[in-house]
Design a protein around this ligand. Structure first.
Ligand SMILES: *Cc1c(COP(=O)(O)O)cnc(C)c1O
Length: 389
């Protein structure tokens, strides 16, 4: 097996994984690891969950793909359960987070044009944000390291400092069609939005007839302890972008939109061949049902405080930890040593974690992680921490 045939777009660790069960994953030499990355907040039910495996088996032997020119019960059921559990009326399905963001941006541009004129096309985005890698989503990703090699990006975008209410007011006018933000910035370093900032964004969007887009691709689907992060902040966006845990490890993305804007896109405006295929929708429906009705989301807050309390004990013991932050099972440990080295040490000891921002170690266990599994992760973490003393 030659790794050189795979394009080098990721700084991959020297490990090849073969199988996983729940919170445990195994490499090709059968070494066991505790997985607190979960495919970056994707495998919300852990690996090989029977509910996902069954949905895949059943649906794949029935119907995997049709065209979006036809209906499938699976897509209808998934749209229904998402809308029933949110403040939104309609869903659009795609295959990834980037595509969900892309759909939200296009919907907003069309909304602005319908509401006013082509001049209403301005999109406000946040510094330190991450929304994806396509030219559109990259154009609203407020990090130079991602943007700089790919200029010129799309026009009509304005970046402001995240959580800066004055900057938001200054950037706003009647030509704004949308504001896009993550309620909790994931990639950028587990940075929460201030509630006052979100409320002001909501107020300004209402005042100027603009759309508020929440990118919940990482923080949504139960990770904060609520199916949607916006419910924890009590500010309702017009559009929510979803992906990652929406499929529990199977590729699917979506936006859900309220009745204010969900009909702005009409046949021919936007689409995708694979988006909303019966297989992805059947898996996603099973995942959403298990998350909402299986008591898993309800257990997130308790697991979160258990984990955070113990992390705070480690913080008082090890001076390389500066801060513990986050919400639910989206946890950041701010450290004052190189995070890449730290992550590599954890891998060596059998724990998968991932870095975020400049100095954050991100913990993203599956939402059905047990307290015992949290304890095994913590004991490996402490072993690694003690090496850095
Ligand atoms: C991962 C992520 C994306 C991009 O999703 P892909 O499925 O990789 O395209 C967008 N926004 C946020 C907040 C993310 O965490």
């Amino acid at each position: 097996m030659s790794r050189s045939n795979v394009m080098s777009t990721y700084g991959r660790f020297d490990v090849t994984f073969e199988k996983g069960f729940g919170c445990k994953i195994y490499d090709t030499d059968n070494n066991e690891y505790v997985d607190f990355v979960s495919g970056v907040a994707t495998n919300c039910l852990g690996h090989s969950h029977p509910i996902i495996v069954n949905a895949l088996n059943e649906q794949s032997s029935k119907l995997m793909h049709i065209s979006n020119y036809y209906w499938s019960p699976e897509a209808i059921k998934l749209a229904e359960i998402l809308c029933k559990n949110s403040d939104h009326e309609q869903a659009f399905f795609c295959n990834s987070g980037t595509e969900a963001v892309e759909a939200a941006l296009k919907l907003s541009r069309k909304y602005g044009r319908l509401a006013s004129s082509p001049d209403k096309h301005k999109i406000i985005y946040m510094t330190n944000s991450f929304h994806g890698r396509s030219m559109g989503s990259l154009s609203v990703t407020g990090q130079g390291k991602y943007q700089e090699n790919f200029a010129p990006l799309i026009g009509g975008t304005v970046s402001i400092d995240f959580n800066d209410i004055d900057a938001l007011n200054n950037a706003f006018d009647e030509n704004v069609c949308a504001v896009i933000l993550e309620p909790i910035q994931g990639e950028g370093g587990i940075i929460s939005a201030n509630i006052d900032f979100l409320k002001e964004a909501r107020r300004l969007c209402d005042k100027f007839d603009s759309l508020l887009i929440f990118d919940e691709i990482q923080c949504g689907m139960g990770r904060t302890g609520s199916l949607f992060a916006y419910k924890k902040f009590n500010v309702i966006p017009d559009i929510v972008c979803l992906a990652k845990a929406l499929g529990g490890g199977f590729p699917i993305g979506a936006i859900i939109a309220n009745s204010r804007c969900s009909t702005s896109l009409v046949p021919g405006d936007h689409g995708t061949t694979y988006g909303g295929n019966p297989l992805a929708c059947a898996v996603s429906f099973a995942v959403v049902k298990e998350l909402t009705e299986g008591g898993i989301i309800d257990s997130v807050d308790e697991k979160s405080s258990y984990l955070v309390d113990k992390l705070n004990l480690l913080k008082s013991k090890y001076s390389i930890i500066d801060d513990i932050r986050g919400m639910g099972l989206l946890i950041g440990i701010k450290i004052n040593v190189d995070p890449k080295t730290f992550v590599a040490e954890c891998l060596k000891e059998g724990l998968l974690v991932i870095s975020a921002g400049k100095d954050i170690i991100r913990l993203l266990p599956p939402l059905n992680v047990t307290l015992e599994e949290i304890d095994s992760a913590l004991s490996i973490l402490e072993k690694v921490l003690s090496k850095f003393r």
